[in-house]
Ligand binder design. Structure first.
Ligand code: KG4
Ligand code: ZN
Length: 333
């Protein structure tokens, strides 16, 4: 089945064609650069940028897949969570196409899309697995019993991990969003240079917290002069990253052991983090467990994961309703 996916939940305009939830024929992603001068995503600016680019991006997705709209058998679009204005652009566009061409339509939960990114790329992944979803908006540990059957084990009770990466990157004078750049810079630094707090690490359970860590870095930087910040920028980046990643790793390993789950996945933008991938691979390996993560372009928001999630949803439940407020399928948020 050929599925067209549309994703516009934040600052990526993306359209993709995926066959049977497994084979990517195209996955066009345009990251809006207009927000960097504001140091964060401006929702109204994002909505207008999506409006300008959604049709060319959709055309490119069809042409790279070498298909026509008449070949599309299912349309899937992100319906939330995300920024309301940006979401409406992609969702309305997708529903319009579906209605005009009488193609079944499935609204997709953004988080379920991130979960599907691993199913798309790793056929050997067990349908029962544990996933750590870490992005700019979410930090959650979810036990996936099978696609569509989830148990939320724990999540952040303040900032998301990606948000902390972006805020610390900004404090260090890196670009926006700064997570990937901070990751690169940290390779040159000493992760033990400053011992930043590892919030909720010792607490039982699977809660996360990132606002304290971000504040600790801000307070630390305030005590330094510009010369010292410049000299130790990589050390501070590495030390922050070490603290942020330590808690993610600890709680994920704990959940895998306590719940006796052998297959573990990382998803969301922060799943691209090199330190997180390395440490978690090592720790889970010691426990005879397997870690899977998507290739970098499937970690951050993209339409291929939405097309895949739409396909799996459709196999389970058939098409969604073509109404403005299609009811969310997933009770994760
Ligand atoms: O999943 P995503 O594209 O958007 C949301 O759903 O939020 O995730 C974006 C987040 C940003 O906070 C970005 O800084 C972060 O993922 N990110 C990273 C890395 N690459 C992207 N954070 C840490 N290390 C990376 N390599
Ligand atoms: Zn996302």
């Amino acid at each position: 089945m050929l599925v067209l996916g549309i994703e516009t939940s934040c600052d990526e305009t993306s359209a993709a064609v995926v066959r049977d939830g497994r084979e990517i024929l195209s996955n066009v992603i345009l990251s809006q650069t207009v927000h960097s001068k504001y140091g964060g995503v401006v929702p109204e600016v994002a909505s207008r940028a999506h409006l300008k680019t959604i049709i060319p991006i959709y055309n490119q997705a069809l042409s790279e897949a070498k298909i026509a709209l008449n070949d599309v058998e299912l349309i899937a679009a992100t319906m939330g969570p995300g920024l309301v204005g940006p979401l409406l652009v992609g969702l309305t566009f997708a529903k319009g196409l579906a209605y005009a061409k009488n193609i079944p339509f499935v609204p997709v939960n953004h988080i379920e899309g991130h979960i599907a990114a691993n199913l798309l790329e790793h056929p050997q992944l067990g349908s029962h697995h544990l996933t750590l979803i870490v992005s700019g908006g979410h930090t959650m540990l979810v036990e996936v019993k099978q696609f569509g059957d989830y148990e939320l084990l724990g999540q952040t009770h303040d900032d998301a991990a990606g948000e902390a990466f972006d805020k610390v990157a900004k404090l260090l004078g890196l670009g926006y969003p700064g997570g990937a750049e901070l990751d690169r810079l940290a390779h040159e630094g000493d992760p033990n240079y400053v011992k930043f707090p590892r919030a909720v690490l010792k607490e039982p359970g699977y809660r996360f917290s990132y606002s304290g860590l971000k504040t600790a870095v801000a307070v630390y930087l305030r005590k330094l002069n510009q010369k010292d910040i410049k000299k130790h920028k990589a050390d501070i980046a590495a030390s922050f990253q070490e603290a942020a990643v330590a808690v993610l790793v600890e709680k994920t390993v704990r959940a895998a052991v306590e719940r006796n789950i052998t297959d573990i996945t990382l998803s969301g933008g922060v799943a691209a983090n090199s330190r997180l991938r390395k440490l978690l691979t090592e720790r889970l390996g010691e426990q005879n467990r397997r870690l899977f993560y998507p290739s970098p372009e499937l970690c951050t928001d993209n339409a291929a994961m939405i097309a895949a999630a739409g396909y799996y949803r459709y196999q389970k439940e058939g098409p969604g309703e073509l109404i403005a407020n299609a009811v969310p399928y997933l009770k994760l948020v």
